[in-house]
Design a binder for this molecule. Structure first.
Ligand code: GLU
Length: 472
């Protein structure tokens, strides 16, 4: 039987990092086994679900490249099927109509709470006679959970789990208005969609024995289950907005590459020896559920940053350029009159952790700047820098080929001529040409800014120095 996995988000918000990791594990397992990956939108909670959330989830999946083979299926489009199977359960005597009033259930619950007992339905309507049943009266349908024995399943991550049936009550499968409940829909979907491996968050462990019992009652095959532990923030508390970005698309907005996010997520709870960097192909061929950690994993932004820088530097520059273009547009930088983004990545790649930062430190390649970095200008554009700037400008102006090597020679010639240290020429020139005291090597930087621009920026710096001189 070929493997089928699924990701089944409820569209009540964006795709968060925990959901994305579950999706990734599920997807990788299908990839590894040559199986199929199903995307199912669990939108039965109409109040809390929204189309915006569906769109956000799909956008997140697409950005990460987690493509699905089947779906997206929507539970709200499958109500007829759920209804049909509620009917089957009733017919088989595996479910029953429950007429208990809200008042009775409240009373039952209050009594149980007062006695310190677990809240559970007491099975009052489980054995009503045909005469006691009037289907025209308001009622819910409850699943007849087995009374004895226990449910045992072998969680692919956590090992064997056993729950006594006495712990489980008769859960509602259809509400008074006939709509199916969450646990029931999941069961029918996993069955209809031939899901063989249910990979999901550990918050669903408690649902699993109930779902297995329903599947058994329907004579449906029982899939394998794998419950992934939760993600904690850097401080050891459950990951939440307090910790910064939790939405996958926020990582895109913050300048992370999908490759880095995927690599980060795969390692957040899964390991393969001490390997940290995994190409997608490696992930696909090495991932196993058994190696997923049982313990919670702590988010570590430093590590994500490290991976992001690694991928910015090591992926094909043209590929990274596609993502960088998005950030240039996002920050309103027109790159048509400057170096290609691949050229930019080649020289700025190891200076940034994110693409957003790369835009921030690269504006001078594409835009005129009105203001110089105050601190850098104060330090390096002093009267003493006037001569080096005049001299280097003259040599740069005389270059017929504007390339890194020629630029370097012009700078060196200035240093030699004035018999000063490299810094005395290089730093004023750097501040003049880029507006700040930080840039890659001057030769490669100036090469990517065109010659006329460099010369006119030197003039501007000379004006700055002259004004300073006059003010003294
Ligand atoms: N819709 C559930 C959630 O978003 C997942 C259910 C499942 O994977 O079985 O938490």
């Amino acid at each position: 039987m070929s493997v089928v996995t699924r990701f089944a988000p409820s569209p009540t918000g964006y795709l968060h990092i925990g959901g994305a990791r579950t999706a990734l594990y599920s997807w990788l397992y299908a990839q590894r086994m040559g199986g199929e990956f199903v995307l199912r939108i669990e939108d039965t909670d109409i109040e809390r679900s929204s189309q915006d959330a569906v769109d956000a989830i799909l956008e997140g999946m697409e950005w990460l490249g987690l493509n699905w083979d089947k779906g997206p299926y929507y539970q709200t489009k499958r109500f007829d099927r759920y209804k049909e199977l509620v009917g089957v359960l009733l017919e088989k005597g595996e479910a029953y109509r429950c007429f208990c009033s809200k008042e009775r259930l409240d009373e039952l619950r209050d009594g149980q709470e007062a006695r310190g007992e677990k809240r559970r339905y007491d099975g009052c309507c489980r054995n009503l006679s045909a005469e006691q049943i009037d289907a025209s009266q308001p009622h819910v349908i409850r699943f007849k959970n087995p009374l004895d024995g226990s449910v045992v399943f072998n969680d692919n991550i956590r090992g064997p789990i056993e729950v006594a049936n006495a712990e489980l009550d008769d859960l509602i499968v259809a509400r008074t208005d006939g709509t199916p409940t969450y646990n029931f829909c999941v069961v029918i979907d996993d069955w209809d969609m031939n899901v063989t491996h249910v990979v999901r968050g550990e918050d669903h462990i408690n649902n699993t024995p109930r779902q297995i019992n329903i599947l058994r009652a329907l004579d449906a095959p029982i899939p394998e289950y794998a419950h992934v532990s939760m993600i904690l923030g850097d401080d050891g508390k459950k990951l939440s907005k307090r910790h910064g970005a939790v939405s996958v698309m926020q990582y895109r907005d913050d300048g992370y590459l999908p490759e880095a996010v995927l690599n980060y997520l795969v390692r957040l709870g899964w390991s393969h020896g001490d390997q940290e960097v995994f190409t997608l192909d490696e992930m696909k061929s090495l991932f196993t559920l058994e190696e997923v950690s049982k313990s919670a994993s702590a988010f570590n932004t430093e590590k994500l940053n490290w991976l992001n820088q690694h991928y910015i530097k090591s992926l094909d520059a043209e590929h990274v350029a596609g993502y960088l273009q998005w950030h240039m547009d996002d920050q309103g930088v027109d790159v048509s009159n400057g170096p290609s983004l691949a050229q930019l990545i080649a020289i700025q790649g190891d200076r940034v952790k994110t693409l957003k930062e790369m835009v921030q430190i690269s504006r001078y390649f594409y835009e005129h700047f009105d203001a110089l970095d105050e601190k850098a200008a104060k330090k390096h554009l002093r009267p003493v820098a006037k001569q080096p700037l005049l001299s280097v400008k003259e040599k740069l102006a005389a270059l017929s080929d504007w390339n890194a090597e020629a630029i370097q020679s012009a700078i060196q010639a200035t240093v030699d001529e004035l018999e000063v240290g490299m810094g005395k020429v290089g730093m004023p020139l750097r501040v003049a040409a880029t507006g700040s005291g930080n840039s890659p090597g001057l030769d490669v930087t100036l090469e990517l800014i065109d010659k006329d621009t460099v010369l006119s920026r030197i003039d501007t710096a000379l004006v700055f120095i002259a004004k300073r001189e006059a003010a003294q």
